[in-house]
Design a protein around this ligand. Sequence first.
Ligand code: HEC
Length: 401
Amino acid sequence: MEGYILEWLNLLGRWLHMITGIAWIGASFYFVWLDNHLLTPKDPADEARGVGGEVWSVHGGGFYHAQKYKVAPAKLPEPLHWFKWEAYTTWLSGMFLMVLMYWYGAEIYTIDPAVMALKKSTAVIIGMVTMAGGWIIYDLLCKSPLGRNDKRLGIVIALFVFVIAYLLCQVFSGRAAYIHFGAMLGTIMVANVFFIIIPGQTELVNATREGRVVDAVYGLRAKQRSVHNTYFTLPVLFVMISNHYAMTYGHEFNWLILIGITIAGALIRVYFVQHHFGRPSPITIVIAVFILLAIAAAIAPRSSGTSQAAEMTAAERFAQVKSVIDNRCNSCHAIVPTQPGFTAPPKGMIFETPQQIASQALLIHQQTVVTKAMPIGNLTQITEEERALVDKWYKDGANID
Ligand code: HEC
């Protein structure tokens, strides 16, 4: 029953995380789009009121007219809409999922003895330190003298997060390393909203209400942090879906793949940020596509060469494959799993009879040999020889008799 309840908490948490994440990133993309499409107002009266740009659009059966003020309207309008709860709820629901799956379920998802045989408590502490420490160091970097030079700051932050990506992949299962990396960036993004961007807006609103000049430092700081958030967005979104792609996190150079995809994601956003300053050059998109293609080519599966199992008959080989699957897979993939924490076969996949194995041969091969995603976290400690056996069996036609 406990496993079943956890499954529901997981479903609801993920659903909420997606909905709030779409609301947050959707709104932020929309405002970037607005900024990029502002035109000088047609009506001179608007300009006289301090309007710097306007956009007309049509959506959902109505016309919309958005105007952006150069600084602020003469009088504070009521009601004034803020956008912040989307970010906070995305973080809260994300942390809920993190605690539920990767900390509470650390033995299954986070600890991979082949990477490092961590104790559960150690794994959880590393996770927490990554979340809090990531923000603290990032924030100190921004506030240090380095923060006055956007380019130099950007390079140092990039190097810092790449080091974290590398280190996480040395202690956690690939899947958990990716998620912790993304969650650290996500935490930095939300903390930027909470500690920097929203206080900046509060100052803007207060100054407008009190009719005084806005302290420019707030605006500049908020701007710097929102640009960072923009660059973090696509890498974080990649990490959110990465657990479906074991070919990335399951690779021996998973940290390099993570860094490569992070760079590609940030470069794609560079193109949109440049939009703001006139003509963007597609060169950054071209480089991003090149990086992704290079990664795809580099991690393409290769045939594993010779195997000592070559001399066996098909029936002997299948008997061996069946025993590998019984030993390494079926503690989970059985009608009644024996693995603690599993109450039903994951994804409904059962490999107890030769027929079940034959009908899922493609997926078994893919998950065991190509991506090495299974056994999950290598909890059952499959060996490379056993993977090679599955590979040979599959390539010779996946016979079961
Ligand atoms: C400790 C439990 C456990 C063991 C052992 C295990 N699996 Fe899995 N398996 C899972 C879980 C959990 C999922 C669902 C993963 C997810 O949601 O991404 C899964 C999913 C799968 C899938 C479906 C993948 C997809 O994305 O459709 C296949 C195929 C699979 N496992 C094959 C295997 C094979 C083959 C073995 C043995 C070599 C194995 N598993 C061992 C837990 C396990």
